[in-house]
Design a binder for this molecule. Sequence first.
Ligand code: HGY
Ligand code: MN
Ligand code: MN
Ligand code: MN
Length: 424
Amino acid sequence: AEIRLNEKFGFEPLLGQQVWDWCEQLAVHSEQDDGLTVTYLSPAHRACAAQIAQWMAAECGFDQVGIDAVGNVVGVYHGQDPSARRLLTGSHYDTVRNGGKYDGRLGIFVPMACVRELFRQGRRLPFGIEVVAFAEEEGQRYPATFLGSGALAGQFDPAWLEQVDGAGISMRDAMRQAGLPASLEAIAALARDPAQYLGFVEVHIEQGPVLDGLDLPLGSVSSINGSRRYLGQINGQASHAGTTPMALRRDAATAAAELLLFLERRAAQVPDLVGTIGLLEVPNGSVNVVPGCCRFSLDIRATSDAVRDACVADTLAELQRICERRGLGHEIRQTLCAAAAPSAPAWQARWERAVAALGLPVHRLPSGAGHDAMKLHDMLPQAMLFVRGLNAGISHNPLESTSCDDAELAVRALQQLLDHLAKD
Ligand code: HGY
Ligand code: MN
Ligand code: MN
Ligand code: MN
């Protein structure tokens, strides 16, 4: 039988168990019966915010706990001097549809467990710790990705308030229904003063196969790949499926199919370039109607922004060529342009020193997934710690999983980082 980490390292994963339990308990709140879906400001989303705030206040000893104007849950644990600068940390509590229990949430509960231990030991560090559970990172209900962390970085886009969801509810109305002020002044006030912070660190499940393949529990993130996202629509002509000859059709779905396969081939040309069409729909389609309209999304990422942008340009040009060849129209708009975010060397070194102090090998890897850290990157030095995902790191899927042992090591790594920082 494989030697479990806690037997090898001789620890009881009590803190890891606590993190794991919080992830399990928070997963009770979902918009669907099976699988986990928590999208921005839904009743399940608001229940999650209240639950996290309650744990922060009742179990972890935070000095200040609150839910801010965009729904972020903010917990502050003061340093020896309450006005001391703070380390900012956290991750998001919203999920993709039918997502996993650890994406985002692990990065909220690992620092919460660290604060709880400090509180229990009656310890105060020379700096404060501000843990933020970001309200909206996935951009599921509204294409306003990284909204929670963006608000802290002073990058909330006022146009987001006008966006409407699938039911036609604007973000402004959703905020009001959630009891939030929905005012740009209140949201602008969330922007943090970088001078008040030492930096930003984020713990996150890897969401990929590397650490599991290497049998490593933790990894040091070298850079977060940049991404560009689009929402597009191809316009043809709906017509009778039985009487319209193939040569006379203006079929929007077959055009989208050509684009899909082009992107797959184009992205496969470069090892760390990925391209995905995750949304694809024929609105109001019928079995017996040639699709007159087809909506789709684009998500294109790479370690280098230049490689990513070249793929974007080729894909948009191909869309134009397909539509001209088929006599179709199209419209497309960019909904996200997030630049690659290399880790701040000093903070990456802090994570790597912490991992080494646990007796673990240090493995550096880029992040194919986007994270709140890439938003805070514009305001503070940032670096991330990855935690192994089991099952080859499958994520954005209910099979996403980690272990109490690995969660324990993540807590201990953050404790090491905090202790080193306190001595710096
Ligand atoms: O899409 C991402 O990379 C992240 O899950 N928001
Ligand atoms: Mn995610
Ligand atoms: Mn995430
Ligand atoms: Mn590729």
